[in-house]
Design a protein around this ligand. Structure first.
Ligand code: FAD
Length: 414
């Protein structure tokens, strides 16, 4: 974990320059026309413009407070990581308009503790789960459209409600609600200073045209996300493996304000070295690829690293949780690269992908089209390169794949 005593300025200075260059490229029109001149003092300052920020802004306006939202990303990217979201979990005891079946609070808490290997903060987890039951009503009241369970065309889940139009539609609706209620929104305006030491909080940010502005408030909600896009910081926790990761979310989640909060003595909760890593197609963009390049077919094939060695039992877990297990495994492979090899049968079972797999009529021909796999020429030789004592078992789909190769890579989310 980054030490709270470290100066945040060196990191922030570096990242801010790159960020500023990008912001200038988007500068025209970034300050939305509905934003009036910045007042020197407001009731509630909301830093960040993702889903947490917009919920805070709407709630504060509904209580009658004057609200400013200050967001680093340009308006075309508004919504940040929530732009990529599709669904969210809610606890419920019986079917509702949006979710079938039942998903009790204990089951929800159990799932969180399972994926975090017991390190999740119990109190926060319980609040999250308890309050989740109200989420759909609140979203609908504020103009967000959810998929009715009887209209659902996606895979049915007892645990989650689906956003109609996805996360982008949700964020557009949240922004529309906040603005309709009278919140002022500053896009493309990274906060560069936080002064939390006085009775009033003071925030400095760079608005359109490079103008630095200051605004004070009695209440502040800092919803500026975590550090998943900060490769330098990730390297501190993951070593060189951080270099090979693909970040499927926003490049603006640098964690610079998190560093400042920690430096101000804010308490850290949770396990900072844990994160959600899932396999992604290595041909996708370095940032913001979203969910469309996710590799979903691992249980239908075999996975080898750059040296042609199998990594683990591909059929061990075919549930939704297998993604995060494989993300961690591939992050430990050389260059964070692994190859999923599918035969035609396995390929036919996979969901369509943005990138077409690299194909060959025979697995022996794969090295000619995928020149990184040079260590083997036939599938049996994949196994023979590996000492039998280290050969993972294979609980399902034990037929050797024959004719289709798909290269995959790991991504890190939050
Ligand atoms: C690809 C992907 C898919 C996902 N799918 C789902 C899903 O289906 N369901 C689900 O529940 N969750 C999903 N998540 C997780 C979910 O998107 C996040 O948990 C959620 O968006 C976090 O919201 P947030 O507002 O806390 O943070 P963020 O969305 O990270 O927002 C933080 C905001 O702070 C801004 N900011 C940062 N620094 C500054 C600064 N110095 N000054 C001003 N602003 C700053 C950023 O620009 C950003 O707008 C997904 C995440 C990703 C990446």
């Amino acid at each position: 974990m980054r030490s709270p005593t470290k100066s945040p300025l060196s990191l922030t200075g570096l990242d801010r320059r790159a960020l500023q260059a990008e912001l200038e490229a988007h500068a025209s029109g970034e300050l939305t026309t509905y934003a009036p001149a910045l007042r020197s003092c407001v009731d509630v300052l909301v830093v960040g413009g993702g889903s947490a920020a917009l919920c805070a802004a709407i709630a504060a306006r509904q209580c009658g407070a004057s609200v400013h939202v200050i967001e680093a990303a340009p308006s075309i990217l508004r919504g940040e990581n929530a732009r990529h979201a599709r669904n969210f979990r809610i606890a419920h005891q019986q079917p509702t308009t949006f979710v079938p079946g039942k998903y009790g609070e204990e089951a929800f808490i159990g799932d969180i503790l399972h994926v975090t290997r017991g390190t999740a903060d119990r109190e926060l987890t319980e609040i999250l789960v308890r309050e989740s039951a109200e989420t759909t009503d609140w979203l609908v009241e504020n103009g967000i459209h959810l998929e009715r369970r009887d209209h659902r065309c996606q895979n049915v889940s007892n645990r989650t409600a689906f956003l109609l139009g996805g996360g982008k539609a949700m964020m557009n609706a949240l922004y529309a609600a906040a603005i309709r209620l009278g919140a002022t929104v500053w896009h493309g305006s990274p906060v560069i200073e936080l002064d939390l030491s006085q009775t009033e909080y003071c925030v400095s940010f760079v608005s359109r045209g490079g103008v630095v502005r200051h605004v004070a408030s009695k209440t502040i909600a800092i919803c500026a996300g975590g550090n998943p896009a900060n490769i330098e910081w990730l390297r501190e926790e993951l070593g060189d493996a951080a270099n090979g990761l693909v970040i499927r979310g926003t490049p603006y989640a640098l964690g610079d304000l998190l560093v400042r909060l920690l430096a101000c003595g804010m308490r850290s909760i949770g396990e900072p070295s844990h994160c959600h890593m899932v396999p992604f197609d290595a041909r996708g963009p370095k940032f913001d690829g979203g969910v469309v390049t996710r590799v979903t077919a691992i249980p239908h094939g075999i996975v080898v690293d750059r040296n042609g060695l199998r990594i683990a039992d591909e059929g061990e877990d075919i549930g939704k949780m297998h993604f995060s297990k494989w993300g961690v495994r591939i992050s430990r492979c050389p260059d964070q690269i692994a190859y999923l090899i599918l035969d035609l049968d396995g390929y036919m079972k996979t969901a369509p992908s943005v990138f077409r797999p690299i194909q060959a009529d025979d697995v022996g021909d794969l090295p000619t089209s995928c020149n990184s796999i040079l260590q083997f020429s036939t599938v049996p030789s994949i196994a023979s390169t590996q000492p039998s004592s280290h050969r993972p078992t294979r609980s399902q789909w034990s037929e050797p794949p024959s004719d289709c190769c798909h290269r995959s890579r790991v991504a890190r989310t939050h």
